[in-house]
Design a protein around this ligand. Structure first.
Ligand code: MG
Length: 260
């Protein structure tokens, strides 16, 4: 059933979405394990293509509004929508955000994580990854039937601010499942209005994008995709798809072989 503000998925749809989301999580987990200094972002993209094929799906991003990559891979000051490139070689300490979308049997999964290449993050990078992860967890905690979208937005922003960082405003989380982007939008900062109420059967991609400096971002004028922090500060991006239930949200993109 498609409403104007939200999409409530049928049990049959939820089963399909669950499988697509699980495949997406498996692919992202493989990328997280593979990423290392010396690798190009194009190699990561190619690996993702192999992994997605092994899952029996195809990229939900490739060709979406003309996007040329299999996944989005965004390094350091790149926030989201980075395109794998042979000449972008990952260096030790780089923050690498990998965003994976898989279409499987007509259903969509969407999940992202940011990792530090070559070892544990230090300094601001460590705080940034902690903030992004905690912000996502805080948002998911509020993703309960009866709450409103703004409860998620407020919870995400509160964590980000507590760390002294900023949440990107120009890009938002979204409903997901039968299409890559379904209503509602899920901003990562508090709104004046409560937004749509959450109900069982909604599937949300909650995805904090956190900057160390200003929340402002710019789109690369050449490739017209890569979103960077305007001030050159570091950014982190994490995303889970969750199914709204009457109790705790079910995280659909949790990796089957958990490494965290
Ligand atoms: Mg998304």
């Amino acid at each position: 059933m498609t409403g104007r503000q939200v999409v409530i998925h049928s049990p049959r749809e939820i089963e399909g979405i669950r499988r697509a989301a699980a495949a997406t999580a498996t692919v992202l987990e493989a990328l997280v394990r593979a990423v290392r200094p010396g690798m190009s972002t194009l190699e990561l993209d190619r690996l993702a293509a192999d992994c997605i094929a092994r899952e029996g799906g195809r990229s939900a991003f490739l060709g979406y509004h003309g996007f040329p990559g299999t996944i989005c891979v965004s390094v350091n000051e790149e926030v989201i929508h980075g395109i794998g490139r042979a000449d972008r070689v990952i260096a030790p300490g780089d923050l690498v955000s990998m965003d994976v979308g898989v279409q499987l049997d007509g259903f969509i999964g969407d999940t992202a994580r940011t990792v530090c290449a070559g070892g544990p993050p230090v300094g601001a990078a460590a705080s940034l990854l902690a903030a992004a992860g905690e912000a996502l967890a805080a948002g998911i905690e509020k993703a309960v039937a009866g709450n409103y979208v703004n409860d998620i937005s407020r919870a995400v922003e509160a964590v980000v601010r507590r760390y002294g960082f900023t949440a990107v405003r120009d890009f938002v989380g979204h409903g997901c499942g039968c299409a890559l982007h379904e209503p509602p939008e899920i901003p990562n900062f508090a709104q004046r209005r409560p937004g749509p109420q959450l109900a069982p059967g909604m599937v949300l991609a909650i995805e904090p994008m956190v900057n160390t400096g200003s929340h402002r971002v710019e789109i690369d004028p050449q490739d017209r995709w890569t979103v960077r922090t305007a001030d050159g500060g570091l950014a982190a991006h994490v995303e889970h798809m969750v199914l709204i239930t009457r109790g705790k949200a079910e995280i659909l993109t949790w990796p089957r072989t958990a490494s965290e």
